[in-house]
Design a protein around this ligand. Sequence first.
Ligand code: SR1
Ligand code: MG
Length: 405
Amino acid sequence: MGKYSEYFTMNESDAADYAATQLDMFSEGASLSCKEIGDGNLNYVFRVVDAHSGQSIIIKQAGPVARISADIFVSTDRNRIESQILKLQYELAPGLVPQFYHYDPVMNCCVMEDLSDHVIMRKALLEHRQFPLFSDHISTFMVNTLLLTSDVVMDHKAKKDLVKSFINPDLCEISEDLVYTEPFYDCPRNDIFEPTREFAKAFLWEDEALLLETAKLKFEFMNHAQSLLHGDLHSGSIFVTEDSTKIIDPEFAFFGPAGYDVGNVIAHLIFAYVNAECVMEDAPAREAQKAWLLSSVREVIDLFREKFLSAFREHATDRSAKIPGFDLYFLDQIIQDASAVVGLELVRRILGLAHVKDIAGIEDDMARARAEKLCLQMGKAFIMDRSGMKDGEDFVRAVEEHMNG
Ligand code: SR1
Ligand code: MG
Protein backbone atom coordinates (compact mmCIF):
# COMPACT_ATOMS: atom_id res chain seq x y z
CA MET A 1 0.00 0.00 0.00
CA GLY A 2 1.49 3.34 -1.04
CA LYS A 3 1.48 6.51 1.01
CA TYR A 4 -1.36 8.00 -1.05
CA SER A 5 -3.67 4.96 -1.15
CA GLU A 6 -5.55 6.24 1.89
CA TYR A 7 -6.77 9.80 2.48
CA PHE A 8 -4.94 12.15 4.84
CA THR A 9 -4.59 15.95 4.85
CA MET A 10 -1.26 16.90 3.34
CA ASN A 11 1.32 19.37 4.61
CA GLU A 12 3.77 21.24 2.36
CA SER A 13 6.33 18.47 2.21
CA ASP A 14 3.65 15.83 1.48
CA ALA A 15 2.35 17.97 -1.39
CA ALA A 16 5.85 18.35 -2.89
CA ASP A 17 6.34 14.59 -2.58
CA TYR A 18 2.88 13.98 -4.09
CA ALA A 19 3.82 16.15 -7.09
CA ALA A 20 7.11 14.27 -7.53
CA THR A 21 5.78 10.74 -7.11
CA GLN A 22 2.11 10.77 -8.17
CA LEU A 23 2.05 13.24 -11.07
CA ASP A 24 3.71 12.79 -14.38
CA MET A 25 4.28 16.52 -14.76
CA PHE A 26 7.84 17.34 -13.68
CA SER A 27 11.08 16.08 -15.22
CA GLU A 28 13.33 13.53 -13.47
CA GLY A 29 15.83 15.98 -12.00
CA ALA A 30 13.23 18.47 -10.79
CA SER A 31 13.94 20.23 -7.50
CA LEU A 32 10.50 20.79 -6.02
CA SER A 33 9.51 23.12 -3.22
CA CYS A 34 6.04 23.79 -1.92
CA LYS A 35 4.17 26.54 -0.09
CA GLU A 36 0.60 26.42 1.25
CA ILE A 37 -1.00 29.62 -0.06
CA GLY A 38 -4.71 29.07 0.64
CA ASP A 39 -6.48 32.09 2.13
CA GLY A 40 -10.05 30.87 1.66
CA ASN A 41 -12.46 29.54 4.26
CA LEU A 42 -12.36 25.85 3.37
CA ASN A 43 -9.42 24.22 1.57
CA TYR A 44 -5.65 23.79 1.42
CA VAL A 45 -3.93 25.21 -1.64
CA PHE A 46 -0.34 24.16 -2.35
CA ARG A 47 1.90 25.86 -4.90
CA VAL A 48 4.62 23.48 -6.06
CA VAL A 49 7.57 24.96 -7.98
CA ASP A 50 10.52 23.33 -9.74
CA ALA A 51 13.57 25.51 -8.99
CA HIS A 52 15.33 24.28 -12.14
CA SER A 53 12.69 24.92 -14.81
CA GLY A 54 10.53 27.46 -13.00
CA GLN A 55 7.53 25.23 -13.82
CA SER A 56 4.76 25.40 -11.21
CA ILE A 57 1.38 23.88 -10.45
CA ILE A 58 -1.39 24.21 -7.89
CA ILE A 59 -2.62 21.27 -5.82
CA LYS A 60 -5.90 21.95 -4.03
CA GLN A 61 -6.98 19.56 -1.30
CA ALA A 62 -10.31 19.42 0.50
CA GLY A 63 -10.05 18.84 4.25
CA PRO A 64 -12.97 17.42 6.26
CA VAL A 65 -13.29 20.56 8.45
CA ALA A 66 -13.70 24.16 7.25
CA ARG A 67 -10.71 26.41 7.93
CA ILE A 68 -12.98 29.24 9.04
CA SER A 69 -14.58 27.19 11.84
CA ALA A 70 -13.71 23.87 13.52
CA ASP A 71 -17.47 23.31 13.98
CA ILE A 72 -18.19 23.09 10.26
CA PHE A 73 -17.68 19.61 8.77
CA VAL A 74 -17.86 19.58 4.97
CA SER A 75 -17.84 16.57 2.67
CA THR A 76 -14.54 16.17 0.84
CA ASP A 77 -16.61 15.14 -2.20
CA ARG A 78 -16.62 18.87 -2.96
CA ASN A 79 -13.25 18.28 -4.63
CA ARG A 80 -14.89 15.93 -7.16
CA ILE A 81 -17.55 18.54 -7.84
CA GLU A 82 -14.91 21.25 -8.25
CA SER A 83 -12.85 19.05 -10.60
CA GLN A 84 -15.86 18.15 -12.72
CA ILE A 85 -17.11 21.70 -13.07
CA LEU A 86 -13.66 23.15 -13.75
CA LYS A 87 -13.38 20.85 -16.77
CA LEU A 88 -16.88 21.72 -17.93
CA GLN A 89 -16.43 25.47 -17.48
CA TYR A 90 -13.11 25.30 -19.33
CA GLU A 91 -15.06 23.99 -22.33
CA LEU A 92 -17.97 26.40 -21.97
CA ALA A 93 -15.88 29.50 -21.31
CA PRO A 94 -12.44 28.96 -22.87
CA GLY A 95 -9.72 31.27 -21.57
CA LEU A 96 -11.71 32.26 -18.49
CA VAL A 97 -10.94 29.23 -16.28
CA PRO A 98 -7.58 27.69 -15.25
CA GLN A 99 -6.37 24.63 -17.08
CA PHE A 100 -7.25 21.45 -15.23
CA TYR A 101 -4.71 18.61 -15.03
CA HIS A 102 -5.72 15.88 -12.58
CA TYR A 103 -8.26 14.71 -9.98
CA ASP A 104 -7.48 12.21 -7.22
CA PRO A 105 -10.64 10.75 -5.61
CA VAL A 106 -8.64 9.12 -2.77
CA MET A 107 -6.67 12.15 -1.62
CA ASN A 108 -9.61 14.46 -2.52
CA CYS A 109 -7.27 16.80 -4.31
CA CYS A 110 -7.00 18.21 -7.78
CA VAL A 111 -4.17 19.73 -9.79
CA MET A 112 -4.46 22.79 -11.97
CA GLU A 113 -2.66 25.64 -13.69
CA ASP A 114 -0.74 28.04 -11.43
CA LEU A 115 -2.09 31.56 -11.94
CA SER A 116 0.57 33.35 -9.92
CA ASP A 117 1.01 35.90 -12.71
CA HIS A 118 -2.54 37.01 -11.84
CA VAL A 119 -3.75 38.63 -8.62
CA ILE A 120 -6.88 37.90 -6.60
CA MET A 121 -9.39 40.54 -7.63
CA ARG A 122 -10.44 41.48 -4.08
CA LYS A 123 -6.83 42.30 -3.19
CA ALA A 124 -6.39 44.39 -6.35
CA LEU A 125 -9.67 46.22 -5.76
CA LEU A 126 -8.56 47.10 -2.24
CA GLU A 127 -5.50 48.73 -3.81
CA HIS A 128 -8.01 50.79 -5.84
CA ARG A 129 -6.98 49.31 -9.15
CA GLN A 130 -9.22 49.09 -12.22
CA PHE A 131 -9.73 46.26 -14.74
CA PRO A 132 -11.35 47.61 -17.91
CA LEU A 133 -11.94 44.20 -19.51
CA PHE A 134 -13.53 42.63 -16.44
CA SER A 135 -17.18 43.32 -17.35
CA ASP A 136 -16.73 41.86 -20.80
CA HIS A 137 -14.99 38.73 -19.49
CA ILE A 138 -17.28 38.01 -16.54
CA SER A 139 -20.47 38.57 -18.58
CA THR A 140 -19.23 36.07 -21.19
CA PHE A 141 -18.36 33.57 -18.46
CA MET A 142 -21.80 33.86 -16.85
CA VAL A 143 -23.80 33.72 -20.09
CA ASN A 144 -21.88 30.70 -21.34
CA THR A 145 -21.94 28.72 -18.12
CA LEU A 146 -25.49 29.64 -17.05
CA LEU A 147 -27.48 29.66 -20.28
CA LEU A 148 -25.74 26.69 -21.90
CA THR A 149 -26.41 24.46 -18.86
CA SER A 150 -30.12 25.35 -18.69
CA ASP A 151 -33.09 23.47 -20.16
CA VAL A 152 -33.32 26.21 -22.79
CA VAL A 153 -30.26 24.72 -24.47
CA MET A 154 -29.49 21.28 -23.00
CA ASP A 155 -31.23 18.03 -23.80
CA HIS A 156 -33.57 17.69 -20.80
CA LYS A 157 -32.49 14.18 -19.85
CA ALA A 158 -28.79 15.01 -20.15
CA LYS A 159 -29.41 18.05 -17.97
CA LYS A 160 -31.16 15.92 -15.33
CA ASP A 161 -28.15 13.59 -15.29
CA LEU A 162 -25.92 16.58 -14.72
CA VAL A 163 -28.21 17.87 -11.96
CA LYS A 164 -27.74 14.49 -10.25
CA SER A 165 -23.96 14.58 -10.36
CA PHE A 166 -23.90 18.13 -9.01
CA ILE A 167 -26.06 17.46 -5.97
CA ASN A 168 -23.89 19.25 -3.40
CA PRO A 169 -25.73 19.00 -0.05
CA ASP A 170 -23.02 20.17 2.37
CA LEU A 171 -22.01 23.25 0.45
CA CYS A 172 -25.62 24.14 -0.36
CA GLU A 173 -26.39 23.87 3.35
CA ILE A 174 -23.60 26.37 4.08
CA SER A 175 -25.19 28.88 1.68
CA GLU A 176 -28.73 28.18 2.90
CA ASP A 177 -27.59 28.89 6.47
CA LEU A 178 -24.98 31.60 5.99
CA VAL A 179 -26.67 33.58 3.20
CA TYR A 180 -30.41 33.06 3.60
CA THR A 181 -31.07 32.27 7.27
CA GLU A 182 -28.61 33.31 9.96
CA PRO A 183 -28.04 36.99 9.03
CA PHE A 184 -31.78 37.60 9.44
CA TYR A 185 -32.02 36.82 13.15
CA ASP A 186 -29.77 37.04 16.18
CA CYS A 187 -28.04 33.74 15.42
CA PRO A 188 -25.17 32.87 17.80
CA ARG A 189 -22.96 31.98 14.83
CA ASN A 190 -23.23 35.52 13.39
CA ASP A 191 -20.17 37.72 13.75
CA ILE A 192 -21.45 41.24 14.33
CA PHE A 193 -19.43 44.44 14.74
CA GLU A 194 -20.94 45.84 17.95
CA PRO A 195 -21.75 49.35 16.61
CA THR A 196 -23.88 47.69 13.90
CA ARG A 197 -25.93 45.38 16.13
CA GLU A 198 -28.74 47.77 17.13
CA PHE A 199 -29.22 48.92 13.54
CA ALA A 200 -29.40 45.30 12.32
CA LYS A 201 -32.06 44.52 14.91
CA ALA A 202 -34.36 47.46 14.19
CA PHE A 203 -33.75 47.73 10.45
CA LEU A 204 -33.71 44.04 9.46
CA TRP A 205 -34.64 41.54 12.16
CA GLU A 206 -37.84 43.37 13.13
CA ASP A 207 -38.96 43.95 9.53
CA GLU A 208 -41.45 41.14 8.90
CA ALA A 209 -41.99 42.07 5.25
CA LEU A 210 -38.26 41.68 4.64
CA LEU A 211 -38.11 38.37 6.52
CA LEU A 212 -40.93 37.00 4.37
CA GLU A 213 -38.98 37.90 1.20
CA THR A 214 -35.85 36.13 2.53
CA ALA A 215 -37.94 32.98 3.11
CA LYS A 216 -39.28 33.11 -0.47
CA LEU A 217 -35.75 33.58 -1.80
CA LYS A 218 -34.32 30.73 0.28
CA PHE A 219 -36.86 28.26 -1.10
CA GLU A 220 -36.17 29.57 -4.61
CA PHE A 221 -32.44 28.88 -4.06
CA MET A 222 -33.16 25.35 -2.83
CA ASN A 223 -35.74 24.37 -5.43
CA HIS A 224 -35.06 26.14 -8.72
CA ALA A 225 -32.60 23.91 -10.62
CA GLN A 226 -32.26 26.38 -13.49
CA SER A 227 -28.54 26.43 -14.37
CA LEU A 228 -25.22 25.00 -13.21
CA LEU A 229 -23.97 27.77 -10.94
CA HIS A 230 -20.44 28.57 -9.88
CA GLY A 231 -22.12 29.11 -6.53
CA ASP A 232 -19.56 31.41 -4.87
CA LEU A 233 -18.67 33.98 -7.51
CA HIS A 234 -17.19 36.75 -5.34
CA SER A 235 -14.03 38.77 -5.98
CA GLY A 236 -11.96 36.26 -3.97
CA SER A 237 -12.86 33.60 -6.56
CA ILE A 238 -11.56 35.66 -9.47
CA PHE A 239 -7.97 36.12 -10.63
CA VAL A 240 -7.20 39.16 -12.78
CA THR A 241 -4.54 40.99 -14.74
CA GLU A 242 -5.07 44.06 -16.93
CA ASP A 243 -6.11 41.84 -19.82
CA SER A 244 -7.09 38.50 -18.35
CA THR A 245 -9.78 37.15 -16.01
CA LYS A 246 -9.78 33.61 -14.61
CA ILE A 247 -12.57 32.22 -12.47
CA ILE A 248 -11.56 29.72 -9.79
CA ASP A 249 -13.02 27.88 -6.77
CA PRO A 250 -16.34 26.53 -8.09
CA GLU A 251 -16.76 24.00 -5.27
CA PHE A 252 -20.18 25.43 -4.32
CA ALA A 253 -21.46 24.45 -7.77
CA PHE A 254 -24.98 23.02 -8.09
CA PHE A 255 -28.07 23.56 -10.24
CA GLY A 256 -29.75 26.64 -8.84
CA PRO A 257 -31.18 30.01 -9.92
CA ALA A 258 -28.89 31.66 -12.49
CA GLY A 259 -29.25 35.07 -10.83
CA TYR A 260 -27.23 33.78 -7.87
CA ASP A 261 -23.92 34.13 -9.73
CA VAL A 262 -24.82 37.46 -11.34
CA GLY A 263 -25.88 38.89 -7.98
CA ASN A 264 -22.66 37.78 -6.30
CA VAL A 265 -20.49 39.52 -8.89
CA ILE A 266 -22.43 42.77 -8.51
CA ALA A 267 -22.46 42.63 -4.69
CA HIS A 268 -18.68 42.35 -4.51
CA LEU A 269 -18.19 45.27 -6.90
CA ILE A 270 -20.40 47.21 -4.49
CA PHE A 271 -18.32 46.13 -1.46
CA ALA A 272 -15.25 47.52 -3.23
CA TYR A 273 -17.19 50.72 -3.98
CA VAL A 274 -18.25 51.13 -0.35
CA ASN A 275 -14.65 50.54 0.74
CA ALA A 276 -13.42 53.24 -1.65
CA GLU A 277 -16.17 55.56 -0.35
CA CYS A 278 -15.39 55.03 3.34
CA VAL A 279 -11.60 54.74 3.68
CA MET A 280 -9.42 57.83 3.78
CA GLU A 281 -6.14 57.35 1.92
CA ASP A 282 -5.34 58.20 -1.73
CA ALA A 283 -8.47 60.19 -2.64
CA PRO A 284 -7.74 60.58 -6.40
CA ALA A 285 -7.29 56.80 -6.93
CA ARG A 286 -10.41 56.09 -4.87
CA GLU A 287 -12.58 58.56 -6.78
CA ALA A 288 -11.41 57.23 -10.13
CA GLN A 289 -12.01 53.67 -8.99
CA LYS A 290 -15.49 54.49 -7.69
CA ALA A 291 -16.50 55.78 -11.11
CA TRP A 292 -15.08 52.66 -12.76
CA LEU A 293 -16.81 50.34 -10.25
CA LEU A 294 -20.19 51.93 -10.90
CA SER A 295 -19.73 51.74 -14.64
CA SER A 296 -18.72 48.09 -14.18
CA VAL A 297 -21.94 47.40 -12.27
CA ARG A 298 -23.86 48.92 -15.19
CA GLU A 299 -21.81 47.08 -17.82
CA VAL A 300 -21.92 43.66 -16.18
CA ILE A 301 -25.73 43.76 -16.16
CA ASP A 302 -26.12 45.30 -19.62
CA LEU A 303 -23.53 43.07 -21.29
CA PHE A 304 -25.04 40.05 -19.57
CA ARG A 305 -28.45 41.01 -20.98
CA GLU A 306 -27.12 41.65 -24.48
CA LYS A 307 -25.01 38.47 -24.69
CA PHE A 308 -27.69 36.35 -23.05
CA LEU A 309 -30.31 37.33 -25.64
CA SER A 310 -27.94 36.77 -28.50
CA ALA A 311 -26.79 33.36 -27.15
CA PHE A 312 -30.44 32.47 -26.55
CA ARG A 313 -31.24 33.20 -30.23
CA GLU A 314 -28.23 31.15 -31.32
CA HIS A 315 -28.42 28.15 -28.98
CA ALA A 316 -32.01 27.63 -27.75
CA THR A 317 -33.21 24.12 -28.62
CA ASP A 318 -36.39 23.75 -26.58
CA ARG A 319 -39.49 24.39 -28.71
CA SER A 320 -41.37 26.28 -25.99
CA ALA A 321 -38.35 28.42 -25.15
CA LYS A 322 -38.37 29.69 -28.74
CA ILE A 323 -41.90 31.10 -28.44
CA PRO A 324 -41.53 34.86 -28.98
CA GLY A 325 -41.21 36.77 -25.72
CA PHE A 326 -40.01 33.85 -23.59
CA ASP A 327 -36.35 34.91 -23.86
CA LEU A 328 -37.06 38.32 -22.32
CA TYR A 329 -39.36 36.84 -19.67
CA PHE A 330 -36.63 34.33 -18.69
CA LEU A 331 -33.89 36.98 -18.63
CA ASP A 332 -35.94 39.53 -16.67
CA GLN A 333 -36.56 36.91 -14.01
CA ILE A 334 -32.83 36.20 -13.73
CA ILE A 335 -32.06 39.90 -13.33
CA GLN A 336 -34.65 40.23 -10.55
CA ASP A 337 -33.18 37.16 -8.82
CA ALA A 338 -29.74 38.76 -9.22
CA SER A 339 -30.96 41.92 -7.50
CA ALA A 340 -32.22 39.89 -4.54
CA VAL A 341 -28.88 38.09 -4.28
CA VAL A 342 -27.01 41.41 -4.35
CA GLY A 343 -29.10 42.34 -1.31
CA LEU A 344 -28.63 39.04 0.52
CA GLU A 345 -24.88 39.09 -0.06
CA LEU A 346 -24.60 42.73 1.10
CA VAL A 347 -26.32 41.76 4.34
CA ARG A 348 -24.71 38.38 5.02
CA ARG A 349 -21.11 39.59 4.61
CA ILE A 350 -21.80 42.24 7.29
CA LEU A 351 -23.74 40.21 9.86
CA GLY A 352 -22.96 36.56 9.14
CA LEU A 353 -20.02 34.30 9.86
CA ALA A 354 -18.02 35.00 6.69
CA HIS A 355 -16.97 38.62 6.28
CA VAL A 356 -15.18 40.44 3.45
CA LYS A 357 -11.99 42.40 3.91
CA ASP A 358 -13.43 45.33 1.92
CA ILE A 359 -15.61 46.17 4.95
CA ALA A 360 -14.31 44.21 7.98
CA GLY A 361 -10.79 45.38 7.11
CA ILE A 362 -11.65 49.11 7.45
CA GLU A 363 -9.52 50.09 10.43
CA ASP A 364 -11.30 53.24 11.58
CA ASP A 365 -14.34 52.15 13.63
CA MET A 366 -16.55 55.07 12.57
CA ALA A 367 -15.72 54.53 8.91
CA ARG A 368 -16.45 50.81 9.25
CA ALA A 369 -19.76 51.47 11.01
CA ARG A 370 -20.74 53.83 8.16
CA ALA A 371 -19.72 51.26 5.54
CA GLU A 372 -21.72 48.51 7.25
CA LYS A 373 -24.82 50.68 7.55
CA LEU A 374 -24.61 51.57 3.84
CA CYS A 375 -24.35 47.86 2.92
CA LEU A 376 -27.34 46.92 5.06
CA GLN A 377 -29.45 49.77 3.69
CA MET A 378 -28.60 48.93 0.10
CA GLY A 379 -29.00 45.22 0.83
CA LYS A 380 -32.56 45.62 2.01
CA ALA A 381 -33.45 47.81 -0.99
CA PHE A 382 -32.00 45.33 -3.51
CA ILE A 383 -34.16 42.60 -1.95
CA MET A 384 -37.38 44.56 -1.53
CA ASP A 385 -37.23 46.46 -4.84
CA ARG A 386 -36.12 43.55 -7.01
CA SER A 387 -39.25 43.45 -9.15
CA GLY A 388 -38.35 46.86 -10.61
CA MET A 389 -34.75 45.94 -11.50
CA LYS A 390 -34.20 45.47 -15.19
CA ASP A 391 -31.01 47.00 -16.53
CA GLY A 392 -27.61 48.25 -15.44
CA GLU A 393 -28.89 51.77 -14.80
CA ASP A 394 -31.41 50.42 -12.25
CA PHE A 395 -28.58 48.76 -10.28
CA VAL A 396 -26.39 51.88 -10.41
CA ARG A 397 -29.28 54.09 -9.31
CA ALA A 398 -29.94 51.84 -6.31
CA VAL A 399 -26.32 52.31 -5.20
CA GLU A 400 -26.21 56.05 -5.85
CA GLU A 401 -29.47 56.75 -4.05
CA HIS A 402 -27.99 55.35 -0.84
CA MET A 403 -24.70 57.21 -1.21
CA ASN A 404 -26.48 60.51 -1.55
CA GLY A 405 -29.05 59.81 1.14
C1 SR1 B 1 -17.90 27.99 5.79
S1 SR1 B 1 -17.49 28.71 4.29
C2 SR1 B 1 -17.90 30.40 4.43
C3 SR1 B 1 -18.01 31.10 3.14
O1 SR1 B 1 -16.81 30.98 2.40
C4 SR1 B 1 -17.06 30.59 1.07
O2 SR1 B 1 -16.26 31.28 0.18
C5 SR1 B 1 -18.54 30.85 0.87
O3 SR1 B 1 -18.79 32.18 0.46
C6 SR1 B 1 -19.09 30.56 2.21
O4 SR1 B 1 -20.34 31.12 2.46
MG1 MG C 1 -13.82 29.78 -2.23
